[in-house]
Design a protein. Structure first.
Length: 435
């Protein structure tokens, strides 16, 4: 990413933090049914007393704070919640997650110290500001809170199994618990399941690692390794991530662990299927740290005979979509202006990687009947093929979004003919994703 683009996304993140309307709304809604009180006079930057010390805060908080900047302490330092999140309640929620989910139970069993995994967060020193934001997440964004607890647990497991020091384990666990707190500043409608995110809304999704980093970086007691991991949790080793497109040696061990933990929790929470997670990790071996991925594979039970229904027509349609996307790169390769440019290199690399993992799964886009025949004969192969193709469809969607993020810069410098070829390829990709 060039400096101009980096400065642009950082500016968006700073605006989100400096004008936290969605976050204040969440706090205000929480105050409507919790005992939330001011621990000090809350005063605006121009000297107006907005809320008196000791006063109970209600759902009118957002209206009272509208248009004001606070003087002195932050909102998190100025409010007290009677039944807020503590290290003890985090440990209890972690234990409940382990007890209720067989995969997390396997993490505990294979960690080498099940008690540490169950109760490790209880010994963490978490600043008041973090506990306050976790309380807001627990009360107003329950799915987000559940995700944070799960990712924190997976981070703890991976850091423990990777042989890191106690200080490193704590730093990465805190990063897992806090990595998506920046999403509290994002309109919850944008993040809602099933919402079709617009190009404008995507900008706010892409900046949330920076938002989280800005929130955390000045907190006393938060390790620099924690902040760096939060900033890097959507970066990928092959350079395909965001917000900065960092690659390989630019991503620290905390960012590598957190990236793998984040996607693992998301997949397991959505599908409850270790096969789907295994498929994703195999398809994305260039994106995630191999040693970390191997630790995750170690938690997955041996494959058993699959019971998924085999749908030949659906699989054939998906296989054809894969073949069309891979073939569509031919027009790009035929244009020297694209081959020698950043978009040409980008597309060649991404499509080459996708084709490689497709072949690793045992089917050739140029010969679609063979995998279908194998799937008809073996239920396990059918289940794995279905999961692989579902994941490839998802990857094509990710490729399209990544392309869209870069396209404005590319189209501004390419000649009209090359721009038209890129635009047409993106249209074909969208058609393939739609199926």
């Amino acid at each position: 990413m060039n400096n101009q683009a980096a400065l642009a996304i950082e500016a968006i993140a700073r605006r989100v933090v400096d004008a936290p309307s969605h976050y204040v709304q969440a706090v205000s809604e929480m105050a409507g049914h919790h005992d939330v009180r001011a621990s000090r006079d809350i005063i605006s930057a121009n000297g107006i007393k907005l809320i008196a010390r000791g006063a109970r805060v209600d759902a009118s908080l957002q209206r009272k704070l509208a248009g004001h900047r606070l003087a002195g302490l932050t909102l998190e330092e100025s409010l007290l919640i009677a039944d807020g999140v503590t290290p003890g309640t985090l440990a209890a929620d972690t234990a409940r997650l382990i007890d209720s989910d067989p995969w997390y139970q396997r993490l505990a069993d294979r960690s080498g110290d099940p008690n540490a995994l169950r109760h490790g967060v209880s010994r963490l020193t978490l600043p008041r500001e973090i506990l306050f934001r976790l309380t807001v997440a627990r009360d107003q964004r329950h799915a987000l809170y559940h995700h944070l607890v799960g990712v924190g647990l997976i981070c703890h497991y991976l850091a423990l199994r990777a042989g890191l020091t106690p200080a490193q384990i704590d730093a990465i666990t805190v990063a897992g618990l806090c990595h998506d707190l920046g999403e509290l500043h994002t309109d919850p409608a944008v993040l809602a399941s099933g919402h079709r995110v617009s190009e404008e809304e995507l900008r706010f999704v892409y900046v949330h690692p920076i938002t989280g980093w800005l929130i955390m970086r000045d907190l006393v007691g938060v390790a620099p390794k924690t902040n760096r991991a939060i900033l890097q949790h959507h970066e990928r080793l092959d350079g395909s991530g965001y917000p900065y497109g960092r690659a390989d040696g630019q991503i620290g061990i905390g960012g590598r662990i957190l990236a793998a933990a984040d996607v693992s929790e998301a997949i397991m929470a959505r599908f409850r299927d270790h096969r789907r997670l295994s498929t994703l990790l195999r398809l994305n071996k260039r994106k995630y740290d191999e040693k970390i991925v191997n630790l995750l594979h170690d938690t997955m039970p041996a494959e058993t005979a699959a019971s998924a229904r085999f749908e030949r027509a659906t699989l054939l349609r998906q296989l054809r979509a894969v073949a069309l996307v891979l073939e569509g790169l031919g027009a790009v390769r035929a244009l020297p202006a694209l081959v020698q440019s950043e978009p040409g290199v980008f597309l060649n690399e991404r499509i080459f990687n996708l084709r490689t993992v497709v072949l690793q799964f045992g089917f050739d886009p140029d010969s679609l009947e063979m995998p279908l025949q194998l799937a008809e004969e073996d239920a396990t192969i059918a289940a794995e093929l279905t999961a692989a193709l579902d994941e490839l469809q998802f990857q094509f969607g990710e490729l399209g979004r990544e392309f869209d993020r870069r396209a404005p810069d590319w189209l501004a410098v390419l000649d009209p003919n090359s721009s038209a070829v890129l635009t047409e390829w993106r249209r074909k990709l969208a058609d393939c994703i739609a199926g």
